[in-house]
Design a protein around this ligand. Structure first.
Ligand SMILES: Nc1ncnc2c1ncn2[C@@H]1O[C@H](COP(=O)(O)OP(=O)(O)OP(=O)(O)O)[C@@H](O)[C@H]1O
Length: 773
């Protein structure tokens, strides 16, 4: 044990009394644990397991305590040289930390140690996810010092960084296909997505009238600014936080993507993860420098209740906080790093203060507004939300202070109680109708202004004016169906605006979209597999789909889906919405908006058509067989990325496919290069194998030669009669020469191949990464 960690007395118990004024989130302060003899180490008084299970009766509002789990990671290879580490074990929900003569024991709602798998951790989250479908909000956040395992817990292991090609492929498969059997790989977010979609399927089976829509968004807070991780990968456009009576606290301008299948959602999660700001630090090679929140919004509506029914709208917030980090005076830090660190520490300190105020039931104002993080999490800490915290700790002796600090934070959070009830929107609720009408007016105004070339400032001024005007909106009684339509229209307009903004920011980036493509229309399919959508050739120069081969061809989908269209997008002629299928097998919902193409090929399983209204250029005799399509199943009216075999990436929005010509060329180049490398790799692997076999054979021959006394080889006595003539103690110089040169030659060639293979793998990895950007 290092001297600096030696303490004077033997046992530590956490003091979490409400009077304690210490700022627990600051990593810069040393923990001041209460010290006791080990024998007398006391357990915390509050041992009861807090049950935040809520009633599904929507009229009931009940009290729910924040649930706190603790998770300790194993020692990392870089820490294994340490003389000693903190011994962390658990007894039921009691976490026990032993370090030399010191001991810390404290109770949590659940304790996880290094042997506990990702599946075991996730099992604790299944109940509240089921509650989300009843209209309850649910937040999970991972808290802990840098390098303690927050990202591992929330997202999963860093498999993409693994070097072995075969392992990468296997992990990729696991990620998308075997979440329920994989124990250690995927973290809480992918599992939540998977579980949620399965639960939705189950619910729909139980009640075929249920219409459940899922949307997702992903944001990061970096240096006290909020960015959309799905739209803004260059930190170009910080977003603002607003509060409204109906929506509560929300981030204005954050994109919401409608998602139809878990694979699409995972793709979006991966896209956002790639855009996250990370840095290599002394504690963690891939340290998250921003707080991220992955949000799933679930809207449930019973179609059998025409009037007077309810729409349930709930949220799942999955937060991976940036970790606190000490400012290391001996280490030279880049200016940016220091700034990040200050901002991270500031927001975590504020979170600590907020938790302290809430747990001590202080009468003083709670400092939610002191940081963006606490402002966004406000509703998860005092609002209508089931909240779980996973506090992560490290067993490294060097991190003892931070570990104690995390435990104190976690213990305090357990004292927070919230009153929760399901979120329901009633069609007779004038507030919601007013709000939707207001928003639609506002959005229409903005769209018109944008089309006429108005600036963002003009629009903001107009917006303020509109807000005032819209207060006067008349009260109408509308049906639930109408409310749904209003929501749809609203969403549609928002996505148009999003697209406009996106284009603007892309133009600013000097990223010129050299081609704009539009998909005009598809047929809505009533019964799966019976008839398939098809597309006919469009010869005109208008916005129609071009079909390179429309009758049963197996050509690349891109060939018949898209057509170079010089005309720019105009919001008025959006006629159809569609989503394209996933490359992985799944059975889509049985409602009339989807179709299973599984019968026709294995790559694409589902098409979804949302809008029946317009059918252009579609004949039912032809069959689409997009078997080379490795796309994701996505919505149409918010931007989505689609991958087509060969990994070109397209953006689809409002029935448009857009692609950057330069990107496309680069992608194609990358693909060619990758293919070439893979072929060369295969070839080299074959040669290497052949050489190994050859070497082995030659060695075997020499071995047998060595054992056999050849006539022309002198044998030597080893002093024992039996050995004479059988085991020559010395090979002939000829044999030695052959063996030596053979070995040398083979070793050289094997090394050469090994080197070449490594080099190719490295190049493949870098090309692959480039093509995923
Ligand atoms: N339970 C675990 N089992 C195995 N390895 C783990 C576990 N938890 C974390 N690790 C490993 O520890 C390292 C640091 O973990 P991670 O990046 O999740 O930390 P973090 O708390 O998110 O750090 P930061 O705040 O700097 O982003 C990673 O290499 C990760 O794979």
């Amino acid at each position: 044990m290092r001297n600096s960690n030696k303490k004077q007395s033997n046992s530590i118990a956490l003091n979490t009394s409400n009077e304690q004024q210490e700022n627990i989130a600051s990593p810069l302060r040393r923990a001041t644990p209460q010290i006791q003899k080990k024998d007398a180490s006391r357990k915390l008084q509050n041992n009861s397991l807090i049950d935040s299970t809520v009633s599904t009766n929507p009229s009931l509002s009940i009290d729910s305590k924040v649930k706190v789990f603790i998770r300790s990671r194993p020692l990392l290879p870089s820490e294994s040289s340490q003389e000693s580490s903190i011994q962390i074990s658990k007894q039921d929900n009691l976490l026990v930390l032993n370090e030399g003569n010191y001991s810390i024991q404290t109770n949590f709602d659940k304790a996880f140690v290094s042997q506990d798998t990702q599946i075991q951790v996730f099992q604790e989250f299944q109940d509240p996810i089921a509650q989300v479908l009843e209209g309850y909000n649910f937040t999970i956040f991972a808290y802990g010092q840098t390098g303690s395992g927050k990202t591992y817990t929330m997202f999963g292991s860093d498999w993409e960084n693994m070097t072995s090609k075969s392992e990468r492929v296997q992990k990729q498969q696991t990620f998308f296909e075997q979440l329920d059997t994989d124990e250690n790989f995927a973290g809480i977010i992918p599992r939540t997505i998977y579980y949620l979609f399965n639960s939705v399927e189950q619910k729909k089976k139980e009640n075929s009238n249920l219409n459940i829509q899922i949307y997702c968004s992903f944001l990061q807070i970096y240096n006290e600014k909020i960015y959309d991780l799905l739209q803004d990968n260059n930190l170009n456009k910080p977003l603002g936080i607003h509060e409204s009576k109906l929506d509560g606290i929300f981030v204005e301008g954050l994109s919401e993507y409608q998602v139809l299948h878990y694979i699409d959602t995972l793709q979006l999660m991966k896209r956002g993860e790639r855009n996250r700001t990370i840095r290599s630090t002394s504690m963690n090679a891939k340290s998250s420098r921003s707080h991220t929140i992955f949000q799933l919004i679930i809207e449930t509506f019973d179609e059998s209740q025409q009037d007077g029914g309810n729409i349930k709208r709930s949220r799942i917030n999955l937060c991976d906080l940036a970790g606190s980090e000490k400012i290391n005076k001996s280490e030279v830090m880049a200016g940016g790093h220091l700034n990040e660190l200050r901002n991270i520490n500031l927001s975590l300190t504020t979170l600590g203060k907020v938790i302290h105020s809430l747990s001590s039931k202080s009468k003083l104002p709670i400092p939610f507004r002191e940081s963006k993080l606490t402002r966004i999490l406000q509703e998860s800490l005092i609002g209508n939300t089931i909240t779980y915290i996973v506090a992560t700790i490290s067993p490294s002796i060097d991190n003892l202070d931070e570990t104690v600090s995390t435990l104190k934070f976690a213990e305090r959070a357990r004292h927070i109680t919230m009153s929760i009830k399901p979120n329901q929107i009633n069609s007779k609720d004038d507030e919601i109708v007013k709000k939707l009408q207001k928003e639609i007016l506002y959005l229409k105004e903005i769209l018109n202004m944008r089309r006429k070339g108005a600036s963002v400032n003009d629009i903001h001024t107009k917006f303020l004016k509109l807000q005032a005007e819209n207060e006067k909106l008349k009260k109408d009684h509308v049906s639930l169906k109408q409310v749904e339509q209003l929501i749809e229209e609203n969403r549609h307009l928002k996505s148009e605006i999003q697209q406009l903004y996106m284009r603007e920011s892309m133009q600013k980036d000097n990223t010129h979209l050299s081609n704009s493509y539009k998909i005009q229309s598809f047929e809505d399919i009533d019964s799966p597999v019976k008839s398939l959508p098809s597309i006919s050739n469009s010869t005109s120069n208008d916005n129609h789909i071009s079909t390179a081969n429309a009758s049963g061809s197996t050509k690349n989908l891109s060939q018949f889906l898209i057509k170079n269209n010089s005309e720019r997008y105009s919001g008025n002629n959006i006629k159809s919405q569609f989503s394209v299928g996933s490359s992985l097998p799944y059975s889509h919902s049985s409602n009339d908006r989807s179709i299973n193409l599984g019968k026709y090929n294995t790559n694409i399983k589902s098409y979804s058509f949302v809008n029946k209204s317009v059918i252009d250029n579609v004949s039912s005799s032809n069959v689409i067989r997009p078997n080379s399509f490795l796309g994701i199943n996505q919505i149409s009216h918010t931007p989505v990325n689609i991958r087509i075999k060969g990994r070109q990436e397209y953006k689809i929005q409002n029935g448009f496919i857009e692609m950057n010509q330069q990107d496309l060329l680069q992608q194609q180049k990358n693909e060619k290069e990758k293919k070439r490398i893979l072929e060369r790799l295969d070839q080299l692997e074959r040669i290497q194998k052949y050489n190994q076999q050859k070497l082995q054979k030659e060695l075997d021959i020499l071995d047998s030669l060595e054992k056999k006394p050849a006539n022309n080889i002198k044998t030597y006595s080893l002093g024992s009669q039996e050995n004479i003539g059988h085991y020559p103690s010395k090979m002939s110089s000829y044999q030695q020469f052959i063996l030596g040169s053979l070995q040398q030659r083979q070793q050289k060639s094997l090394k050469n191949y090994e080197f070449k293979i490594k080099d190719l793998e490295r190049r493949y990895f870098s090309v692959n990464q480039n093509s995923q950007k």
